[in-house]
Design a protein around this ligand. Structure first.
Ligand code: PTJ
Length: 256
């Protein structure tokens, strides 16, 4: 254990080990790697997050495990929103930190967005552990001193930071619960989400929904912000319809 009493998560065995333990020639190497990252950080990933990951995998399988054209438009619209934002915040949960801490760190650096650890299944231990994981990739994440509340939500899941989500104009909140997404929209925030399920309440409620896998779309989003390659005219409903009708297919015609 480290001196603060929290076991060094994720990189305790060195991230290299996570990669080395997976057979690189396995046809589903990337999928194995993602699962291994979640297991490695299991102390701070909600058990429910593992189920959420399985649902995401299933949708990604049907999407052909690639960024579809409507998702690309949504990523560009998200880039525009982040570029124009005055106080952008990236809200991260257990799954997001375990899978994509480095990708979040790069986006935060490029966009100037703050990072807040904000959890559905909130405990002080999880907030501290995930904050420490962000620190290891160079990010001082907010979250521990939650002094504000998201109106309309009960109990621990309402907590947030006044200098983070509380005062943000644009919030990027990947893999979010539908209730909380709606509450953020009701607060007047511009909400960008990343969710592989185009039918979820979060996907339907957010202003900009990127229907793509988290680790696949974050680097693209960072590149577009850096290149100022945004898209101002965007219709989320049309985008979700295009994903559902054109890109969610049964994988009968491709290698599985
Ligand atoms: O760490 P906590 O306590 O904040 O809890 C996090 C979870 C994920 C448990 C919580 O936010 C939750 O219950 O989320 P939901 O309502 O299950 O929604 C998660 C959504 O993310 C689902 O629609 C999944 O399809 C989608 N998803 C899962 N993995 C990925 C994903 N979308 C993009 N990339 C992924 N890797």
């Amino acid at each position: 254990k480290a001196e603060d009493g929290i076991r060094d998560p994720l990189w305790s065995r060195g991230l290299g080990d996570v990669y080395k333990r997976q057979p690189k020639d396995h046809p589903r190497y990337k999928s194995l790697l993602a699962r291994e990252k979640l297991v490695d950080a299991s102390e701070f990933v909600a058990k429910q997050g593992l189920i959420a990951h399985g649902r995401g995998e299933a949708f990604d399988y049907l999407l052909g495990e690639q960024t579809c054209l409507p998702a690309l438009s949504a990523i560009k619209a998200a880039a525009s929103a982040l570029i124009e934002a005055k106080n952008p915040v990236i809200s991260v949960n257990g799954n997001v930190v375990a899978l994509a801490a480095r990708e979040v760190a790069r986006l935060s650096e490029i966009s100037g967005a703050k990072v807040e650890v904000n959890l559905f299944h909130r405990t002080p231990e999880r907030v501290a552990g995930l904050t420490k994981m962000m620190k290891k990739v160079g990010i001082d994440a907010l979250g521990a001193n939650a002094d504000d509340k998201i109106p309309g939500l009960s109990s621990e899941r309402a907590k947030c930071c006044s200098d983070g989500i509380g005062s943000a104009d644009v919030v990027l909140v990947p893999l979010e619960d539908g209730d909380r997404c709606e509450a953020l929209v009701n607060m007047g925030k511009k909400v960008i989400t990343i969710d592989l399920n185009p039918l979820s309440r979060t996907a339907q409620t957010a202003h900009i929904t990127i229907v793509d896998e988290l680790t696949r779309c974050l680097p693209l989003l960072s590149d577009f912000v850096k290149e100022k390659n945004g898209l101002d005219s965007f219709n989320n409903k049309q985008c979700l319809t295009a994903v559902s009708y054109t890109h969610l297919t049964l994988p009968t015609n491709r290698e599985v």
